[in-house]
Design a binder for this molecule. Structure first.
Ligand code: ADP
Length: 440
């Protein structure tokens, strides 16, 4: 295939489009999955914060301050209700942290610089606290506790519920990494599979497209030769307006030959294009075999004789059989025509038709040039000719055997060619007479 072959270009464009489409698809998938995961993680944290707030407001929360009436001292009980990674910082109205002993020295040293921002009351927001050695991330909720709260520590103050989300962020980061790697792997996999699938599904399309393209090109080429001959002959005749028909009989006969050639060619092209479109009707009809074959072959005795060639016929086909008479006639015409066409003068053409059980065996032999082994399979292809120069003389167009093969296929039979001895070719056809004949 040429480098700039439009099919290759098309395939490349397809591939690039697939590449981009899959990338967009997987990126969207990654963002969606990550977004959902992040949302659910943060939602859990927020639910924890909200729970703690309601605990504080409904007095279910520790810590509390109990006054010892005997000693007159206050005892602070640390919080035990919230999750272990959350703490509550209590600010008085002036923004001073009043529960320092509950927070522990280490945590207090970390958060002591936090300023009370009353505008953030009842809002959940993120907070990052950095010290010399590390940075911690928190999600916080600031609650204004009413004076009426039974817990003296909270009453009238601000409770800042802070939840450490370092572990969540770490998990999110690992998840992000895992998604990224998974996307890359699946992207490569998807592209490979898509590439393989598109290539294999394109194969039959490309094959039929090439076949169609070759068919049209070959058909046009085959039509050109007889058309050129006819035009030349007619142009010549125009230069002799006073001549009689008899004076230019040769020119007229040449034109007529080309017209016949055109007729055969267009008929064959039509048959093949119909076969491609699957609109050829196989009309099964019971035929009296002997009568049918004798009638088809009769005119060829004269044709062969007129060319000084010998045609021997052996028909041994008792009884009747069902097949498409028109198509089988066409098949015989193609094989016998070729036999006569490619056999030299004084040559022998043999037709042998036998019924063996429910099989029809047709054999057409000649002692012409034969068919080289390398061409034996290819001669059934459309427009294939073994020797172009020889064929240009015989006026063939390489369609006959393609049609013969199609007809045999439609009858679920087989066609093959082998060498005749000492020279020439033998075409053999085997067709089941009764069963499995496809009716379209
Ligand atoms: P064509 O119209 O050219 O004969 P066919 O499809 O009938 O087309 O045959 C294809 C080619 O097979 C021919 O061009 C010829 O080269 C070769 N061929 C067919 N029949 C014979 C034969 N009996 N002897 C030698 N060559 C043959």
């Amino acid at each position: 295939m040429a480098k700039n072959d439009p099919q290759q270009k098309q395939q490349r464009t397809f591939f690039v489009k697939e590449l981009i489409a899959f990338a967009v698809l997987f990126i969207l998938l990654g963002f969606t999955v990550f977004g959902i995961f992040q949302h659910s993680v943060m939602q859990n944290v927020d639910i924890g914060l909200e729970n703690q707030r309601s605990q504080i407001l409904t007095n279910q929360s520790q810590p509390s301050i109990r006054i010892d009436p005997n000693k007159g001292t206050a005892k602070i009980t640390p919080s035990v209700g919230g999750p272990f990674r959350s703490s509550t910082i209590i600010f008085d109205k002036d923004g001073t942290i009043i529960n320092k002993p509950m927070l522990g020295d280490h945590f207090y040293s970390l958060i002591k610089s936090i300023k009370l921002d009353k505008t953030q009351t009842d809002k959940i927001y993120d907070m990052t606290i950095s010290s010399k050695n590390f940075t911690s991330h928190f999600r916080t909720l600031l609650v204004k506790v009413p004076e009426s709260n039974e817990n003296a520590l909270y009453a009238g103050n601000y409770a800042m519920i802070v939840e450490n989300i370092d572990a969540d962020l770490l998990a999110l980061k690992s998840f992000q990494k895992a998604i990224f790697i998974t996307i890359i792997i699946f992207w490569i996999l998807a592209i490979s599979i898509a590439y393989y699938l598109s290539k294999s599904s394109m194969k039959p399309i490309l094959k039929s497209w090439r076949r169609q393209r070759d068919f049209s090109a070959n058909a046009a080429h085959e039509l050109r030769t007889p058309l050129t001959i006819i035009r030349n002959q007619l142009e010549f005749l125009l230069t002799k307006p006073n001549d009689k028909v008899v004076d230019q009989a040769e020119k007229i006969s040449t034109s007529l030959n080309s017209v016949n050639q055109l007729q055969t060619l267009t008929d064959r092209l039509l048959t093949l294009s119909r076969s491609d479109a699957d609109v050829v009707q196989v009309n099964l009809q019971s035929q009296k075999l002997d009568t049918f074959f004798t009638e088809v072959i009769r005119p060829y005795k004269d044709v062969a004789a007129s060319q000084n060639k010998n045609l021997t016929v052996n028909i041994d086909t008792p009884g009747s059989g069902a097949f498409d008479g028109g198509l089988i006639r066409q098949l015989l015409v193609i094989l016998i025509d070729n036999g006569i066409k490619y056999t030299p003068t004084e040559g022998e053409i043999g037709i042998d038709i036998q019924r063996i059980k429910d099989n029809l065996k047709i054999k057409v032999s000649d002692n012409g040039p034969g068919i080289p082994d390398t061409d034996k399979k290819r001669i059934f292809e459309r427009f294939y000719r073994t020797d172009k120069s020889r064929n240009s003389k015989t006026g063939g167009n390489g369609l006959g055997l393609a049609i013969a093969s199609f007809i045999v296929d439609q009858h679920h039979g087989k066609i093959s060619v082998r060498d005749n001895q000492p020279n020439g070719a033998i075409f053999e056809v085997s067709i089941p007479l009764k069963s499995h004949v496809k009716v379209i």
